[in-house]
Design a protein. Structure first.
Length: 480
């Protein structure tokens, strides 16, 4: 019996470079499978940027700008200050003990099975809602070309495309996302350079914009500090995709080192790109004219009178949004499989194909994504804001849990032995916790975000009830 138990516990240990042992659906059954191709630091950073750079900056940035005015620049900087330390807490835990379930697994270990269950399902829900936002944004961008076509049709076609792409093996997936990330980064860099040229008078045929739009229309803070606080929830949406970096740990080369480096690299890059882009948007357009139902970047390109420039940028943005959605699907399917491994989701979701893709988890996520198609049909004008705010609230909830988990992790392991140890404990995580609670408390300042907050609270209560009704009897608190 002891030998059999040992074999079960060691069932995920790699036996050589050609094959690995994977836990089969039935306890005690072990089968030999080919491992997925590993990803290096650069590949993970590209996946991370692919997950972060999407609708949150290219489409949804107009909403925080309308709420905060030019002070949205501060909102995006604040968003980075909030999210990057939280991801570093997660990176330190990944460094000490890599896990396929990322923060859900750590919440399970250090806060108990209830939090592991709730955060895992909340991440999955936030991912599906985030993809619903992305696919709706893609449909809105297509509407700019084909206004007579229904939004739900574009949503359906893009959803099928993403599901198909996620059936590729990790090598091809990483190559595709690397290419898409390069296109998105290049587009933002070109926009930043062009915007600086217009502001400084170097763009031929246009008068220099200067600093007029930063202060002329109600000042830099037209709605005061309240506007900055009210805008933070949707700013969070622009950074929420960074979590996918830590979801790659199971397929990363030396995750103890690559994950922390990838978090830092992704965080710094996306902070520069997001903040730089918003800085130029509010400088080139009066803040109250920035569109909220289409991409403000396209509007700026139209003003620059570049032949076909707005059409080219619209195509790039659609690619960027779909790429972000693609990476999110990668993360949620891995989380769903991890939940199934802990018996917190149906075990049939463990099924993978020869490429290592959890096909049934992918199919299940795709089915729920189809709800976005229905929402786009029923609420074509409101679905984006409602779904984006709900996804952002759930991300905030999970970040609070990650921070509390990290505090417990460091308390139970006072001398961390991993190669990456973040300085500043316990003051840094306590400050992060305070900032996260401030953002949560500021949500009601914008009435349009309240439905998203209510949806997130209801969802967390539903998952808690499910745990106590169906999961608790089958779970035993793991030993650290």
């Amino acid at each position: 019996m002891a030998v059999q138990k040992s074999r079960q516990q060691d069932s995920r240990i790699r036996v050589n470079e050609e094959a690995s042992l994977e836990l089969a659906p039935r306890p005690g059954a072990v089968r030999l499978v080919m491992p997925a191709r590993e990803i290096g630091t650069a590949g993970i950073i590209m996946i991370g940027l692919s997950g972060v750079i999407g609708a949150g900056i290219f489409v949804a940035s107009g909403i925080p700008i309308r709420i905060a005015g030019p002070a949205a620049i501060i909102s995006y900087l604040a968003g980075a200050i909030i999210v990057i330390p939280v991801m570093l807490y997660l990176a330190e835990m990944e460094s000490a003990c890599p896990s396929t379930g990322a923060f859900s697994d750590y919440a399970n270990r250090f806060l108990g099975p209830l939090m592991g269950f709730v955060t895992g399902w909340m991440y999955w829900s936030a991912g599906v809602l985030g993809m619903a936002t992305e696919v709706t944004a893609s449909a809105l961008l297509m509407h700019w070309w084909l206004p007579g076509w229904p939004l739900w049709l574009f949503s359906l076609l893009f959803s099928l495309l993403i599901i198909t792409t996620n059936l590729l093996d990790i090598g091809r997936f990483t190559s595709i996302e690397g290419l898409f990330s390069g296109v998105k980064i290049l587009a933002l860099l070109v926009f930043i350079l062009a915007g600086l040229a217009v502001l400084t008078g170097l763009w031929p045929g246009l008068e220099p914009a200067g600093a007029t739009n930063y202060f002329a229309h109600g000042g830099f803070f037209p709605h005061g500090l309240k506007g900055v606080l009210a805008s933070l929830l949707l700013v969070v949406f622009a950074y929420s995709g960074i979590q996918v970096v830590c979801m790659t740990a199971a397929q990363a080369t030396n995750p103890r080192r690559t994950i922390p480096r990838a978090v830092v690299g992704t965080g710094l890059a996306v902070t520069f790109l997001n903040t730089g882009a918003v800085f130029l948007l509010v400088g080139l357009l009066p803040w109250f004219t920035v569109p909220v139902n289409s991409s403000p970047f396209v509007v700026v390109l139209e003003k620059l009178h570049i032949p076909f420039g707005s059409h080219l940028l619209n195509a790039v943005i659609i690619t960027a949004v779909l790429s972000s959605m693609n990476t999110t699907m990668f993360g949620v399917t891995r989380m769903l499989k991890s939940l199934a491994e802990r018996d917190e989701a149906p075990r049939f979701l463990l099924k993978t194909n020869r490429r290592g893709v959890p096909t049934r988890a992918l199919a299940a996520s795709g089915i729920f994504l189809s709800i976005a198609v229905i929402l786009a049909y029923l609420l074509p004008q409101k679905v984006f804001l409602y779904v984006a705010s709900a996804s952002s609230f759930i991300s905030l909830f999970n970040w609070v849990v990650i921070t509390v988990t990290y505090l417990s992790f460091r308390r139970k392991l006072p001398r961390p032995g991993g190669p990456f140890v973040l300085p500043g404990y316990p003051y840094l995580p306590l400050m992060s916790l305070l900032l996260l609670l401030v953002v949560l408390a500021s949500i009601p300042l914008s009435r349009s975000q309240i439905p998203g907050m209510v949806s997130g609270v209801v969802l967390s209560l539903v998952y808690t009830m499910i745990f106590f009704l169906f999961i608790r009897r089958r779970r035993v608190t793991p030993q650290v």
